[in-house]
Write a protein that binds this ligand. Structure first.
Ligand code: KIV
Length: 305
């Protein structure tokens, strides 16, 4: 296992902002642990999101709502250990920012102090705008998230595309502009018609990150398990699977189980030896009825590597 230090220069917000006018697309992916963040970082993503999607894809819940601050802190801290260059954005879970500006700021500070996050993400506009101002005012960068906001999916009538009427599209644009004015450095647009997301992106100075929002956004984000094909079966329309990792895991595990059962694993190459004279002595002592487990031999035989 590699344990390289995480001291390389991190990607900065000015570097991110400069990509939009140059027309350079931003790549973002979720990650929830150190090995995943390390692989994402090595692939060159500009941002890693420790999404509250963890509640579903890691913790096995049916929605993102149950994710807690303590869980998100553990996952963010793990991702931090793996990521060197990418900006690390921590998703503020449901209940961590809704109650008051004070609580929102306190929880954002936890992400920065306890998990070394570079930024936090908050869903919604409206009342969220004050939270954004409070957090940004304290010097913590905030990413917005509008369109389909899973934490309020029930209010939105389910996991549906948003902004599909002129009125709703205008509302999304107004929300995006308000989030930009409130100080967000970027906004996620989720499940928004491509034409609407494109117009919103053109209307903002800050970059938009799309998920199910078409190619006109300034960047894209996908959930780790969706992208890699760890989740299987029916996926949202906007998911593209770049791998079939679940099938590979299933194959490897089946091979392992079969080899354990047949005795093919472990082979000699996975097995520790003992010098022949020591083995002969050990066996002759046993044959002679020497007691094993006496205090004077205990603890002197560990040889792990
Ligand atoms: O929680 C998450 O993974 C997200 C992305 C889908 C943007 O919010």
């Amino acid at each position: 296992m590699t344990t390289e230090p995480t001291t390389a220069a991190r990607f900065s917000l000015p570097e991110l902002a400069a990509m939009k006018p140059r027309g350079e697309k931003i790549a973002m992916v979720t990650a929830y642990d150190a090995p995943g963040a390390r692989l994402a970082d090595e692939a060159g993503v500009e941002m890693i999101l420790v999404g509250d999607s963890a509640a579903m894809v890691v913790l096995g819940h049916d929605s993102t709502v149950p994710a807690t601050m303590d869980e998100m802190i553990v996952l963010t801290r793990a991702a931090r250990r793996g990521s060197r260059r990418a900006l690390l954005v921590a998703d503020m879970p449901f209940g961590s920012f809704q109650l008051s500006d004070h609580e929102a700021l306190a929880n954002a500070i936890r992400f920065v102090k306890e998990a070394d996050a570079d930024a936090v993400k908050l869903e919604g506009a409206g009342p969220t705008l004050d939270r954004v101002r409070a957090i940004v005012g304290a010097g913590i960068p905030v990413m917005g998230h509008i369109g389909l906001t899973p934490q309020s999916a029930t209010m939105l009538g389910g996991y549906k595309a948003q902004g599909r009427s002129a009125l709703k599209a205008r509302g999304l644009l107004a929300d995006a502009l308000a989030l930009e004015r409130a100080g967000c450095f970027s906004i996620v647009l989720e499940a928004v018609p491509a034409a609407v997301a494109s117009r919103i992106s053109q209307s903002l100075r800050i970059p938009t990150i799309g998920i199910g929002a078409g190619a006109g956004c300034d960047g894209q984000v996908l959930v780790w398990h969706d992208l890699l094909g760890i989740t299987e079966g029916r996926a949202p329309k906007f998911v593209k699977r770049y791998g079939a990792v679940a099938a590979e895991i299933r194959r490897a595990l089946a091979d392992y189980v079969a080899e354990v059962r047949s005795g093919a694993f472990p082979g000699d190459e996975h097995t520790y030896g003992i010098p022949p004279e020591e083995l002969a002595l050990f066996e002759s002592e046993l044959d002679a009825g020497v007691l094993v487990g006496a205090e004077d031999v205990r603890g002197s035989g560990s040889d792990w590597l």
